[in-house]
Design a protein around this ligand. Structure first.
Ligand code: FES
Length: 199
C-alpha cells in the first residue's frame, strides 16, 4: 500500500476558517439588519425642544398674506438648502406665531433634504395617498419623501414618523419683517444643535 502524504496542518486550519466565513458573514448581516430595524421602528430621534439655531444669510420667504390658510406652504432656499415654510393650525416648537387669538398665524419651516439619503421631501396634503403609498395613516398633511417613503410630521416639529429616516428634518427660524408696510416672512437661522444637521 502506498504511503499516505503527510497532512498539511496549516491548510487544514485555513479550510476550517473558510467554512466558518459564510456563517460569520450571515450572522453579522443579520445583527446589522436587526439593529437597523430597531432604530427605524423604535429609536427615531426626537426634535430638540427648543431647537438651537445658528445664523444663516437672511432670505425673504413670501408675504405673510401668502399663508392665507392652514397648510398653505412656500418653498425657499437658505444658503443653497431647499426649505419649505408651512402654515400650521397650532404652534410648533421652533416655529413662529404672528398675531394673537383667532387671528394668529402659526408658521414653521423645515429643510426639504430628507435625513435618510438626502432626497427632497414635499408637503403632502393627500391623506389617502399618504396612507396608501407611504403606509402611514394620519389626520394631517405630512412631509413625504418619495425615494424610500419616509414621512415627517410638521406638527411634531419635523419628527420622522414612518419609513427608514430616523432623524427629524432640521428646522429654519422664521421672522416677520415689514416691507413698505406689508408684513413678509424672512428666514434667517437654521437649526444647529448637532442632532438635526444635514448630511
Ligand atoms: S432619501 Fe428619503 S426616505 Fe430615503
Amino acid at each position: 500500500m502506498a504511503d499516505r502524504p503527510p497532512i498539511d496542518e496549516d491548510r487544514r486550519r485555513l479550510n476550517a476558517w473558510l467554512w466558518r466565513l459564510p456563517v460569520l458573514l450571515a450572522t453579522g448581516g443579520a445583527a446589522y439588519g436587526v439593529q437597523l430595524a430597531y432604530r427605524i421602528h423604535f429609536a427615531k430621534v426626537a426634535p430638540a425642544d427648543p431647537p438651537v439655531f445658528a445664523d444663516a444669510p437672511p432670505v425673504v420667504v413670501a408675504p405673510l398674506a401668502r399663508f392665507e390658510a392652514p397648510w398653505t406652504s412656500e418653498a425657499f432656499a437658505v444658503a443653497g438648502l431647499p426649505c419649505v415654510a408651512v402654515r400650521v393650525p397650532e404652534p410648533v416648537p421652533g416655529g413662529t406665531t404672528v398675531g394673537a387669538g383667532n387671528e394668529a398665524v402659526h408658521l414653521v419651516a423645515f429643510s426639504r433634504v430628507c435625513t435618510h439619503q438626502h432626497c427632497i421631501v414635499d408637503l403632502n396634503t393627500d391623506l389617502e395617498l399618504v396612507a396608501f403609498a407611504f403606509n402611514h395613516r394620519t389626520d394631517r398633511p405630512t412631509l413625504t419623501c418619495s425615494c424610500h417613503y419616509s414621512v415627517f410630521d410638521p406638527l411634531a416639529a419635523g419628527r420622522a414618523v414612518s419609513g427608514p429616516a430616523v432623524r427629524p428634518l432640521p428646522r429654519v427660524r422664521l421672522q416677520v419683517a415689514q416691507d413698505d408696510g406689508a408684513a413678509e416672512i424672512v428666514a434667517a437661522e437654521i437649526v444647529a444643535d448637532g442632532v438635526e444637521t444635514v448630511g
